[in-house]
Design a protein around this ligand. Structure first.
Ligand SMILES: O=P(O)(O)OC[C@H]1O[C@H](O)[C@H](O)[C@@H](O)[C@@H]1O
Length: 450
């Protein structure tokens, strides 16, 4: 099977000669640091050899639980946020029929995501939708205490127990959480739910290849074996003994850091396939939480083309020259659709007659790349053969290891996220959570003084 390919030539032309090679030594050291576990945040390196350590027995266990839920439920609600949401969401969106939610298909339950927001209307409408339906809940939280997810889980658990009774609900709830800590673990053990463990040394945004991602993905009927095989292939391709010039993750990490050092502060992940929209959401958490700290870091943004060429295209072509693009290009679509000839040609589109829709898309892609490069936007091109589980596996591991290397080139601990606590602290103080009495007083005083 084909490996993903990386082309940096249209980024390199914006850099001083030798700028990427100047980072070679540091990049090689960063890759070695990951292997030897000497990097900052080294207690969170469990993702590094995760693909090759996944056993067929473990995958069989995940698939068995997924099959069981698929056979019992019309709807499976995946409750989780951040790393406990985006990996599954990006793979399921990427590899399912775009209109799956409209298709009445007895084999595949509707997969619904929740626990990733606190929208009263969202949750009200969800609970309404679930009324009278047999639904299952996968409650995913590494800490087991995340407010958005815990709040949603309580709502859904209550509803499920009311609808089917406590005993039956037990069979329809699965927890994915820490082995020992957190309310989700306490609840799973006490209620007797089936559960999977998130390894201690795998942080949320690196956890898609643990049951956090694998269980929901298997529930959607996607081939998790091939996802893992793809990740394993990329693990080999980015191994510590692969020379810098042949390691795509090392080259990508060095290139984006060279661009950053030369004033390109924003990276826009581009796709030309709507199915990749949530891939970018996953990627933004991966790089945003890993690198945005100590008042540094490339801002990870994303656009869906050609859609956003009609909204953000102007800015990208002509705005401040602080951006670069990384484009994920999919070589082959899965299906064939040819553009029809029309005798009257009222729309003037007969020049496209007989062409694949993808040919139009590919020319839009090439035309855009040339225009943006001409407009001063460096372009990194990542090509994959097609959107399937194998290629998704490759892409996931590629960006994970690139991120691990890149964080070190930037000089940050890529595996923590201390900044995320600030909003939580204020929210708990404002909501008068027990234990936050001092913070409540302080924040009320602050608001009164404004
Ligand atoms: O899995 P959980 O513990 O519920 O965490 C879910 C998410 O929320 C946090 O606040 C972190 O910033 C994320 O890195 C994490 O993925």
């Amino acid at each position: 099977m084909k490996s993903i390919s990386l082309d940096i030539t249209k980024a390199q032309q914006f850099l001083p000669a030798g700028a990427i090679m100047a980072l070679k030594e540091q990049t090689v050291a960063a890759r070695k640091g990951l292997e030897e576990g000497t990097v900052p945040g080294n207690d969170f390196l469990g993702w590094l050899h995760l693909p090759s350590s996944i056993t067929p027995e473990f995958l069989a266990e995940v698939k068995a639980v997924a099959e069981d839920l698929r056979s019992k439920a019309e709807v499976i609600v995946i409750a989780g946020i951040g790393g406990s949401y985006l990996g599954a969401k990006c793979v399921i969106e990427g590899l399912s029929n775009s209109f799956q939610w409209l298709v009445k298909d007895a084999k595949t339950p509707a997969i619904v995501f929740a626990g990733n927001n606190i929208g009263e209307d969202y949750l009200y409408e969800l609970t309404q939708y679930l009324q009278g339906k047999t639904f299952a809940i996968i409650n995913i939280s590494k800490s087991g205490t995340t407010t958005e997810t815990a709040l949603t889980f309580r709502l859904l658990k209550t509803q499920l127990e009311q609808q089917v009774g406590k005993e039956k609900a037990k069979d329809l709830i699965v927890a994915v959480t820490d082995a020992k800590k957190g309310a989700a673990r306490t609840c799973a053990d006490k209620e007797g739910y089936r559960s999977f463990i998130i390894p201690d040394n795998v942080g949320g945004r690196f956890s898609v290849l643990t049951p956090v991602g694998l269980l929901p993905i298997a529930c959607a009927g996607i081939d998790i074996d091939q996802l893992v095989v793809g990740a394993q292939a990329m693990e080999l391709q980015c191994a510590v003994d692969v020379p810098f010039e042949e390691n795509p993750a090392a080259i990508y990490a060095a290139t984006r850091n060279a661009l950053y050092q030369n004033g390109k502060k924003i990276e826009i992940l581009i796709n030309y396939q709507p199915k990749l929209h949530f891939y970018a959401e996953w990627w933004k958490q991966l790089f945003g939480e890993s690198e945005g700290k100590d008042k540094k870091g490339i801002f990870p943004a994303s656009c869906d083309f050609t859609t956003d060429l009609h909204s953000m295209g102007q800015w990208i072509q002509d705005g401040e020259r602080t951006i670069f693009e990384t484009c994920i290009s999919v070589e082959n679509p899965d299906n064939t659709l040819l553009f029809p000839h029309d005798e009257e040609n009222l729309d003037g589109l007969n020049f496209l007659a007989g062409k694949h829709i993808d040919e139009v898309n590919k020319n839009a892609e090439l035309g855009t790349r040339l225009a943006h490069v001409d407009g001063g936007v460096p372009n990194i091109l990542i090509s994959i053969e097609k959107l399937d589980a194998y290629n998704y596996g490759q892409l996931i591991y590629f960006f994970e290891i690139a991120c691990g290397i890149s964080g070190q080139l930037l000089g940050v601990n890529a595996f923590n996220q201390p900044g995320v606590e600030a909003y939580k602290k204020n929210m708990f103080a404002l909501l008068e959570k027990p234990g936050y009495e001092e913070e409540t007083k302080a924040i009320r005083a602050k608001l009164a003084a404004e």
